[in-house]
Design a protein around this ligand. Structure first.
Ligand SMILES: [Zn+2]
Length: 61
């Protein structure tokens, strides 16, 4: 399952309200400003700060 471009345009980081970037494998949405990765579960982005994982250096593009 992929996330549509339209959905990505609407979504923003809940913490900084900034732009997020879909990880190449589609498994998460990265916020570079906050260094957080929001998980994508069953094609649905989980935009919760509590659910986000710290961004590892290799996730940054
Ligand atoms: Zn952010």
């Amino acid at each position: 399952m992929t996330i549509s471009r339209e959905l990505l345009d609407i979504l923003a980081c809940p913490q900084c309200k900034g732009e997020i970037h879909l990880r190449q494998d589609g498994s998460a949405l990265n916020c570079r400003a906050c260094r957080l990765a929001y998980p994508v579960r069953d094609g649905i982005p989980v935009m919760l700060i509590d659910e986000a994982d710290p961004l590892s250096p290799e996730d940054e593009m």
